[in-house]
Design a protein around this ligand. Structure first.
Ligand code: HEC
Ligand code: HEC
Length: 218
């Protein structure tokens, strides 16, 4: 077991049984072809950028994502486990081979880190405290323990958050939070309820702070 995995088990705020029950992202990927992935990515470029760096703050960047995560999320969009009308249409025709190829292509691209305006440095610093130290009064685990000190993520469970689009990060944290409150109408699941139960404890202000920080993290 890697150090991160050990740390993760130690810090995990939810019962391990839940995690073990319905957790493993789909790892059953066929061998990937990066060049084929590049070809297939032309269908995605309008929203996610040619090299996976999105120009729209609402659309996530895919460049430099941890290997396996993109294929897993595509599979979730397809099965309806993660709900989004745009992406549901995009994945309808994708095979496991397509998902594996796209995953391989994007994970090899380089994520361009975002920037923070001068007048938002304090906001981002508060976000840094949450990211690195968690929030003790509510027992919120530090984000660093799963997403890494530099936000690079850990294959395949823990996605990269460093450099990710800010509005997208905020939207996802709110989606996790809402899904925890109303699982039946939730739009985003989390394996073992990890992110949903964490986001549920965050205030809207904290969501803004930590998203600003992650966006600028390199
Ligand atoms: C018309 C715009 C559009 C197109 C085209 C599009 N996407 Fe998306 N994509 C989105 C949006 C919007 C989201 C955020 C969905 C959400 O909020 O859950 C998203 C989310 C994703 C995610 C989740 C990222 C994460 O960090 O969890 C992946 C992976 C993804 N798209 C891959 C693709 C691939 C591969 C293609 C091409 C086959 C594609 N997208 C085409 C708009 C688009
Ligand atoms: C115990 C491990 C763990 C901790 C601690 C953790 N995360 Fe996560 N995070 C995950 C996992 C796993 C996912 C992938 C979603 C899923 O399948 O559950 C995720 C997904 C995310 C995403 C969605 C990324 C994307 O590309 O769509 C964001 C944003 C995020 N986490 C932010 C945070 C923040 C902010 C904190 C700290 C307040 C945090 N996480 C703490 C495990 C963790």
């Amino acid at each position: 077991m890697s150090n991160w995995a050990t740390l993760f088990l130690l810090l995990m705020p939810v019962p391990l049984v839940t995690f073990a029950a319905h957790t493993e992202p789909n790892l059953d990927l066929p061998p990937a072809d990066v060049e084929a992935g590049k070809q297939k990515s032309t269908a995605c470029a309008a929203c996610h950028g040619v090299d996976g760096n999105s120009a729209n703050p609402k659309y996530p960047s895919l460049a430099g994502q941890v290997p396996g995560y993109i294929a897993d999320q595509l599979d979730l969009f397809k099965s309806g486990g993660r709900k989004n009308d745009i992406m549901a249409g995009m994945v309808a025709g994708l095979s496991m081979q397509d998902m594996a190829d796209l995953d391989a292509y994007y994970s090899q691209q380089k994520m361009q880190p975002g920037a923070i305006a001068e007048d938002e440095l304090d906001l981002a610093r508060r976000g840094e405290r949450l990211y690195r130290g968690g929030y003790a009064p509510l027992n919120v685990a530090a984000c660093i323990s799963c997403h890494g000190p530099d936000g690079r993520g850990v294959p395949i469970h823990f996605p990269r958050v460093a450099g990710q689009k800010r509005a997208y990060l905020e939207d996802q944290l709110r989606a996790f939070k809402a899904s925890y409150q109303h699982p039946e109408s939730g739009v985003r699941i989390s394996y073992g309820d990890i992110m949903t139960s964490i986001a549920f404890l965050l205030s809207d202000e904290q969501i803004k702070e930590v998203s600003a920080y992650m966006h600028a993290l390199q």
